[in-house]
Ligand binder design. Structure first.
Ligand code: FES
Length: 89
């Protein structure tokens, strides 16, 4: 678990958001995590998306639940409409 100060967390959050918003090109990024990472900010917790599916980046929105029935050794592509396709890894 990583502990960050509130101001440092806001700075990192702004950087991550501006990075994702400024990029208009499409790409595939391989992610293997199927759950969020907890970051302590003062006395509260922030949950950072590690699966790549959240529509509220960089925060977890629960979308990682759709990955829980993935089969080991297989690779999936998730579409913006929430469907997924198995591809050769
Ligand atoms: S970890 Fe990605 S939505 Fe929860």
């Amino acid at each position: 678990m990583t502990v960050l100060t509130h101001s440092y967390f806001k700075l990192v959050s702004i950087f991550i958001r501006s990075h994702f918003i400024s990029e208009a090109m499409a790409r595939l990024v391989r992610r293997e995590a199927n759950g969020p990472m907890e970051i302590k900010v003062g006395n509260s917790s922030k949950w950072i998306c590690m699966c790549g599916l959240s529509k509220n980046q960089p925060y977890c929105d629960g979308s990682h639940r759709t990955t829980l029935d993935e089969e080991e050794g297989k690779v999936y592509v998730y579409n913006s409409d929430g469907t997924r396709t198995e591809v050769n890894g």
